[in-house]
Structure formats: C-alpha cells, structure tokens
Design a protein around this ligand. Structure first.
Ligand code: ADP
Ligand code: MG
Length: 728
C-alpha cells in the first residue's frame, strides 16, 4: 500500500477518547457565553439596558454616553467569564467570518497595566481590511473600511475572546460584507409587511423574518482527510472510484448514529448551547458519513450569525475528535451532496406567524395574502433567487441532476393548489354576499384543517411550502445564508409594497371593501404566478422541458446564473428598497465571479498535481511490475510466453492508454488555464474557466478512476472512497 495511505489508515484507528460530560442540563448551559438579556440586566445601567433594547426593537441610535456604559458593562461581564481579548466579528464577502483579536490589556505607564474597553472600541473599529474582497470599491491605497457594532445580534464569548457582531462598510458608506445588505433588506421587509399586516390587525407594528436552517455535512476521519490533497485544498475529492457499497442500501438515513459521530455531536451541541445557538435535532443523512444538525428558528439576522458561527465551531470541535467536517456541497461523486435548507417565515410583534394559517377566516385571508405574495415574488424573481445561491461548489447540486435542480419553482401541495384554484374563480370587482360566504366557509375557512393533515412532501422542490413556512432547499451547505435571505427578504418586501399600493387603489379608487380588494388583487396574482408552481419530480428531464416552455430559467453554471444579479430589474429592486446601490451590486458581482474563477483554477491545479504526482507514478510502478513479470515469463516459456502473459500484456497496454490520456488532458487543461489567465474581463474569464477549463476535470477523473481499479491496491497512494466514507 502506498505509504501515505497506509499511515493514514493506521492513524485513523488511533482515536482520541473524549468524554463528554452531559451532567449539566442544556437549559442551564444555554446562552451562558452570550451577553443576553439576563447578562445585560445584571451588568448594564438601566439607561443602557433600555437604550440597547430600543435599538434592537426599533432600530434607534445608541448615543455616546450609552455606548460607554454598555462597553463598561460588557467588559465587566466578559472579564468575569475569563475573556482576555475582544474582537469585532464580521462576515466579509469571502463568505466566512473574520476576526482580529485585541487584548483588553493596556499598559498605563510606570510598569502598570489595566484592562481597557471603551465605547469607541465597542462601536467602531478600523480593521486593516485591504485584503478583504471589495470588488474595487475600496482601492487598496485608501484601504479604509470600518466595522460597526450591530446591537441586534448579542455579543458572545468564544474561547477567551469577546466577539462583537458588526457590519463592515467602506468609509464612503458602501457595504463590504454580507450583514449590511441583510439588515437593510430585513428593514425593508419589516416596513412592507407591517403595512400589509395592518389590514388585518391594527396592533401590528413590526414584522420579523424568521429563519431556521438545517445544516448538512460530512464527517471524515482527519488522518484520512489530510492524506487527500484534494480534500484539504478544495474541500472535495477530485477523483476516486465509487466504492462497491455506496448509499444504495439506504441504510444510513435516520439510522443509528455511529459512536464517534455522536460523540462529536454532543460536544458540538454543548458548545452551541454556551453560544446560545438553539440546536435541537441531529440525525444521519442519506449518504454514508453524512449528517444534519438543525436549530430552532430565530430572527433572521441572528440565525444567519449563528449559522456562520456554527460552521466555524464545527471545524474546531471536529479537530478535537480527530475528525474533519466537510461543508462542501459535493465532497464525493456518486453519492448525495449537502445542502442547507433555509426555513423561512415572517412573524408579527403580536405573535402571529404570517405564513401559518389561523383560526378565523380573516386570519386565513391574511395567511393567503402573505402566501400568495411570496409565490408571486418568487415567480417574478426566480432568476435573482438562482443567482443568490450560485457558487462553484453548489453547481454540483443545482446543475447536475441532483437535489434540487437549477430551476426555481414553488411546491405548495395539492390541497393549497386547490385553494388557489378556487380563489382564482373569484369574480371580478365587488363580491356578492353569497360568494363571500362561500369563500369564507369553503375555501378560506377550510385552510387550517387542510394543512394539519397535509403530509404532502416533495423533496425535489427547491422552494417548498411545508405547512407554516417556506423551505428554501436550494441553498448550498457551505453558503453564508445572508445572501439568499437578503434576496428573499428583498423580493417579498418589494412585492408586499406593490400589493399594498394595488389594494389601496381599489379601496380608494373603486370604493371596494378591504377584503373585496384583497381578493381581487390576489386573484390576479394567482393568474400571473402559475408558471412557478410545480408539484412533480424536479429532477426529471420532463420538468426541464416543461420549465423551458413556461419560460423559467435553468442556469446550470455560476457565471450564467450570476448575470441576473446585475439585470436592470435587480439593480432597480435593490436601489428602490435602499439595500444595495449599483456600485455595491456590481462589486459583489465581480467578487463572486472572481471567487468562482479562483475555485476552478485551484481545482484544476490540484487535479493536475495529483494526476501527475500520484496517479501516473503509481500506474508506472505497477506497469513496471507487470513488465518484469512478462519478461520473466518470456525467459521461462520463450516464444510461447504470450499464452501465459495475455492478461498482463493487456493491462500494460490499458495502463499506457490511460496514462497517455491523462497526460494529454492535463497538458491541454494547463494550456486553457494559461489562456484564461490572460483575460482581463472578470466575466469572460469566469466563463472561460467554466466552459474551457472545468470540462477537463471529468475526463481526467475518468481515466484516473479507471487506473484506481486496475492498479494493485497495495501500491495505490490515495485514500480510497470506501475508506473515507466507511471509517467510523
Ligand atoms: P421538518 O420540516 O423537517 O418537518 P420542522 O417542521 O421541525 O421539520 O422544521 C424544520 C426547521 O424549520 C427547523 O429548523 C425549524 O426551527 C424551522 N422552522 C419551523 N417553523 C419556522 C418558522 N415559522 N420560521 C422559520 N423556520 C421555522
Ligand atoms: Mg427540511
């Protein structure tokens, strides 16, 4: 066996024995390291406490004096927990999180020192941020961006560092991170949704978007993972023959969780508890060594922060267990990939879930209004939604007959489908009293009963209604949820805003009653949005044809999909709602294209290296053994040797053919890369990487995987799929 592989396999059997103490109740651990309400009550002055709460609830500004008081309280709390450092924690456009730790410690002369943290340090910092992507907004010579405290997401202590969630903006005010546009979009949604919710209840003064993500991931033994250069450098395997046993027995999903994995999960969940991440469920996923973790839903900005934090914590906890977490959407060919279902809804300050049916016809009309507006928003912005989940890694799911397809559609289940159908029959103009009664009794009034036993599930849908929320399933497992959530909030905000204008026009202009006006507008919306509703198999080729007929987009690659970001319509949408201006959108577009290009470039290089440094040399070693063998047989049997060496000679030829093919393909791929690298336009370059460089990955892999099964297992240096997937 190749020494690297042999040593990795040996090391993988050497597991740390970590005992997880679960004697303390989770409810007691929960939020212990979060500057939450209880901590604020204890450590803040009344004035500061009220002011921070007002900022959280109403977006009011925090003045200098209160910032000082808050910083003092936060410092005291953090020191009481053993924190030594603080950091502004933010989410630059790399998609991950960033932090730069500063010690509280500060010398004050005469050999003395103190722990210092003041209002200024809490509110604003200026990280040397010239090496974060800015898409040209912030020229490096004026590398000035700053981070500013986001009081709506509470500070927390991780390790010995006080982490303060912040936004990251340039000095000229442009957003340089994922959080800033999200907060703006959530504000826009609050404005529009509150105005519409007031039709139904005057007491509503705030609507909060809620998000409950479900994080899928793979766990691989760390020693095995580090033996694979592709896993370490790209997060996925670029080659590897599928194992004799894969997921075909369907014995993994919801099966009993392997010991090692459960130990990791317990440890992770305890960390999550301390950090206030309300994780609730854990289970095996479909593929071997694939798992899922899901929390209870939260306000969207907080949920996004929690998911970003979780992805970081997962890696650290896994390390303790000699495991590696793979968040990549498709770490292994031939078996299921990973997603991050984003469950989304809207809740009022009066405690109503706007996508949950209610108990009275009026509350159900409210449900229908939000439900249908969401569908219409998706229908009109399906391309922008597709763009918001585009990445090199997610292309392996969305563009490759995997769950879910690259076509955005909405699944609502047959029963709600029927409700919409009935609503579509509502007559034009004012409704007769009979019609209204009928609607209330037989259509709108029936909704809660319908949904209770609505067990309709469609796992192939990218955006499915699941009883009291929409589940956006097309989001990638490694993605920062902020981007798709920003788009979702934005398109629904815009839609609800337009809805309000239309309904008001009917009420005022046509003197219609409020619910007549609402029924009338909704009826038109149903008619306009039909093409987006799809109940069938999203993976089928029939759907691809049907979707094309319906005029739905089907962008299989990131460079294609991203274009919708900078369409006139998208630019206008973001501008109108004050979420991103043209400069900001274009900057993001460039950054995402560049990231795509770099990812493919790195994969190409790594694949070339592995092919030349591992695969070909191993193939030659084995071929030499065969040649020696044939030579020996010739010595013994003379001219009759071919009778005895037929198989060996065939193998020698076959190996040569594969080596030849790999060699040629790697050379050509390298040439294409060189050409691509000389292209100035980021758009063109990404497209060349996508269409000219990436196709070689498949063909090179094909030959390498063939060699893997031809060559003596003893010699093969790369850890095999069966070892990566079934070592537990
Ligand atoms: P499943 O969809 O698998 O049947 P659940 O209904 O429990 O499971 O929900 C899955 C996820 O949806 C969980 O993370 C949960 O917190 C989240 N969720 C439930 N209700 C809402 C809501 N109103 N808004 C956002 N997310 C929600
Ligand atoms: Mg789900």
């Amino acid at each position: 066996m190749g020494t690297i592989r042999f040593q990795a396999l040996l090391a993988s059997q050497n597991r740390p024995n970590i005992k997880i103490d679960e004697s303390i109740k989770r409810s007691e651990l929960f939020g212990k390291n979060v500057f939450n309400d209880a901590a604020m009550r204890h450590f803040l002055t009344k004035e500061a406490y009220n002011s921070v709460n007002d900022a959280v609830e109403n977006g009011s500004k925090i003045d200098r004096k209160v910032a000082e008081q808050t910083a003092a309280g936060m410092k005291q709390w953090a020191l009481s927990k053993g924190a030594t450092h603080y950091t502004h924690w933010f989410q630059p456009l790399t998609g991950t999180t960033a932090e730069k730790h500063d010690a509280f410690f500060e010398p004050i002369g005469n050999g003395n020192a103190m722990e210092k943290f003041d209002g200024g340090q809490l509110v604003q910092q200026e990280p040397d941020a010239s090496s974060f992507p800015s898409g040209g907004i912030r020229n490096t010579f004026e590398a000035r961006g700053y981070t500013a405290w986001d009081p709506t997401s509470p500070a927390f202590i991780y390790g010995t560092t006080l982490c303060i969630p912040t936004v990251f903006v340039s000095y000229t005010g442009e957003a340089l991170d994922n959080k800033t546009p999200l907060l703006r979009a959530l504000q826009a949604l609050d404005n529009s949704a509150t105005a519409v919710a007031k039709y139904f209840d005057k007491n509503v003064s705030k609507v909060t978007a809620t998000l409950g993500w479900e994080q899928e991931y793979f766990l691989v033994d760390k020693a095995l993972a580090v033996s694979r250069p592709d896993l370490i450098l790209t997060g996925r395997t670029l080659l590897g023959h599928s194992p004799a046993k894969g997921q075909q027995l369907e014995d993994h999903y919801f099966g009993s969780i392997p010991n090692r994995a459960i130990n990791f999960m317990r440890d992770l969940e305890q960390e999550c508890m301390l950090l206030g991440i309300p994780v609730k469920t854990r289970h095996n996923e479909v593929a071997p060594n694939q798992f899922e973790l899901a929390p209870i839903f939260e306000e969207t900005n907080l949920a996004v922060d929690h998911n970003s934090l979780l992805m970081d914590v997962m890696g650290k906890v896994a390390d303790r267990h000699s495991l590696k977490v793979l968040l990549h959407e498709k770490p292994f060919a031939g078996i299921n990939g990973s997603g991050k279902h984003n469950n989304f809804s809207m809740a009022t300050n009066t405690g109503v879930n706007l996508l949950g049916p209610g108990k009275t016809p009026m509350s159900n009309l409210q449900f229908l209004a939000f439900f249908i507006n969401t569908i219409k928003a998706v229908n009109e912005n399906e391309e922008l939604m597709r763009a918001s989940i585009a990445s090199a890694s997610n292309d392996h799911r969305l563009g490759a007959n995997e769950a879910p397809p690259a076509i955005i559609s909405v699944f609502i289940g047959s029963q709600l489908y029927k409700v919409l159908h009935d609503l579509e029959q509502v007559s034009d103009g004012k409704l007769s009293p009979e019609e209204k009664t009928d609607l209330k009794l037989n259509v709108v009034g029936k909704i809660p009963e319908i949904l209770l036993d609505n067990t309709d599930r469609n796992r192939t849908s990218p955006f499915a209604f699941t009883g009291n929320k929409f589940e956006y399933r097309a989001v990638g497992s490694s993605a920062n949820c902020a981007n798709p959530m920003t788009v979702l909030a934005a398109i629904i905000a815009k839609q609800l805003k337009d809805f309000k204008v239309e309904v008001d026009a009917l009420i005022e202009g046509k003197e219609m009653k409020k619910d007549d006006a609402i029924f009338n507008v909704l009826r038109e919306y149903i008619k306009q949005s039909k093409r987006i509703l799809f109940e069938g198999d999203g993976y089928s080729s029939a759907w691809e044809k049907e979707a094309a007929k319906r005029g739905l987009s089907n962008k299989k690659t990131t460079p294609e999909a991203l274009k919708a970001k900078i369409s006139k319509k998208s630019l206008a949408l973001f501008e109108e709602l004050g979420i991103l201006n043209h400069v900001e959108v274009h900057a993001r577009y460039d950054i995402e294209l560049e990231e795509y290009t770099k990812k493919i470039q790195i994969e190409g290089r790594v694949l070339g290296d592995i092919a030349r440094n591992h695969v070909i040399p191993t193939a030659i070693t084995y071929q030499n053994k065969l040649i020696q063998n044939v030579q020996g047989l010739k010595d013994i049997f003379g001219k009759d040797f071919e009778k005895y060496a037929g198989e060996q000679i065939n193998l020698i030829k076959e190996i040569s053919e594969h080596i030849e093919a790999i060699n040629a393909q790697v050379t050509q791929m390298t040439e294409e890369r060189k050409k691509a690298n000389n292209i100035d336009s980021v758009e063109k370059k990404a497209s060349v990487y996508c269409n000219k460089v990436k196709p070689y990955f498949e063909t090179i892999r094909y030959h390498a995987d063939k060699l893997e099964i031809l060559i003596d297992d003893e010699l093969w240096t790369l850890t095999k799929y069966r070892e990566l997937l079934f070592t537990r």
